[in-house]
Design a binder for this molecule. Structure first.
Ligand SMILES: *Cc1c(COP(=O)(O)O)cnc(C)c1O
Length: 385
């Protein structure tokens, strides 16, 4: 089976992990800090806080922004459930903004209209989570402008977008958001096994994130209001979690970060090949603008169901039966039973639902060979006929 995504672990990656295993620090050591510095520098951010998953990153990002019961978070319905669940962990409400039919990211005109209506009727969001779907950056300038106008804070969910660029700057630099989160799950662009990270330029948020990552415990005299009983002393000053990344994971992350430019260029090569090989088929190809800064986490095609005599399920099943691990990203979050129980249902976000009915994710990963890619294309052609 050719999977839709797969990690690429090199001999150097393995050596880096072994070195940590032989060292004194498996966790809470210097390697996590080195990894944080490397990612912060890569993104052009002041601070980075590594955690044990992208989901944990989203959770403490929401906590650091003060999201609490009766507050509101808005995000895209075309994302992994974690982009919305992070609000629910804080007891906050969730609502969604429909997607742009070309980029499949949150639609800025739809966001503008919904904010305008919420400002009259109540329900303005405290936090907007902008998801860079498939690695394609959102229209962050538009989102930030609206967020400032209506007094909202912004989190970028860049789980798909380490290595992506927006306005010629790396995603994660924080020009247009308060916090950016990344995921290092093995299907993503860079992996640490499980892992996540948050970048920010705000010193206050950085401090809170460090506390929340590790039980809300501090040894900082300022935080402890000058009280100390000796060098063993620490205080718990907030209700935090154990969301720490291990040094073992961070070592893999450092080694993977060195390879990120090569990862992105191989992905771009494969995307150019797909675009060329698929251009005469009755399918919509991914958004590819003149200054498209995508990191190309996913390559999603949209079946033109008016021209294809097969259903999406038939195409999907035919390809799976022939060894192509196609996938579907994403089931609209508001259609999951948990969110239906909160009052959402079919028809709420029609662009996301229409997109979902037509979307197929083709395999895209660094080790995918040209001949494997040709095989994927051949099987797609066969499945469509
Ligand atoms: C993978 C992913 C997450 C969650 O990351 P984990 O590291 O798996 O917890 C959040 N948001 C999006 C868009 C993702 O793709």
């Amino acid at each position: 089976m050719i999977p839709y995504a797969r990690q690429d672990i090199s001999p150097q990656d393995i050596e880096a992990v072994i070195d940590v295993l032989k060292s004194n620090w498996l966790t809470q050591g210097p390697t996590v800090q080195r990894f944080e510095k490397i990612v912060a520098d890569y993104c052009g951010a002041q601070h980075a806080v590594a955690v044990n998953s992208g989901t944990s990153a989203l959770h403490i990002a929401c906590r650091a922004l003060g999201l609490g019961p009766d507050d509101m978070l808005w995000t895209s319905p075309n994302t992994f459930v974690a982009s919305a669940n992070c609000a629910r962990y804080c007891g906050a409400h969730v609502d969604f903004v429909d997607i742009d039919p070309h980029t499949y990211n949150i639609s800025v005109p739809a966001l503008a209209a919904k904010l305008e209506s919420a400002s009259r009727n109540g329900g303005l969001p405290n936090v907007i989570v902008a998801v860079h779907f498939a690695g394609q950056p959102c229209d962050m300038r538009g989102i930030r402008g609206l967020a400032d106008q209506y007094g909202c804070q912004v989190i970028e969910d860049a789980s798909h977008a380490i290595g992506a660029e927006y306005k010629e700057c790396p995603v994660g630099g924080g020009q247009f958001s308060d916090l950016t989160i990344f995921s290092f799950h093995p299907v993503k662009l860079v992996t640490t096994g499980e892992g996540g990270l948050i970048t920010t330029n705000r010193d206050d948020l950085f401090e809170t994130l460090c506390l929340l990552r590790s039980h809300g415990i501090t040894r900082d005299l300022n935080r402890m209001r000058g009280q100390s009983e000796g060098s063993w002393y620490y205080q718990q000053v907030d209700l935090g979690y154990n969301y720490r990344m291990t040094d073992i994971q961070a070592a893999l992350g450092i080694s993977q970060m060195q390879r990120l430019p090569d990862f992105i260029s191989r992905r771009r090569e494969l995307v150019v090949r797909y675009n060329e090989l698929l251009r005469n088929l009755p399918i919509g190809l991914p958004f590819y603008g003149p200054d498209c800064g995508s990191a190309w986490h996913l390559y999603v095609v949209r079946l033109n169901l008016a021209k294809v005599s097969k259903s999406r399920q038939q195409v999907f099943n035919a390809m799976r039966a022939n060894g192509i691990g196609v996938n579907v990203h994403y089931i609209p979050v508001h259609l999951h039973p948990y969110y239906r129980d909160l009052g959402f249902g079919p028809g709420d976000f029609p662009e996301a639902e229409r997109y979902y009915a037509e979307a197929v994710t083709l395999p895209l990963y660094v080790r995918l060979s040209n001949s494997e890619q040709d095989f994927v294309v051949q099987e797609l052609v066969n499945a469509l006929n």
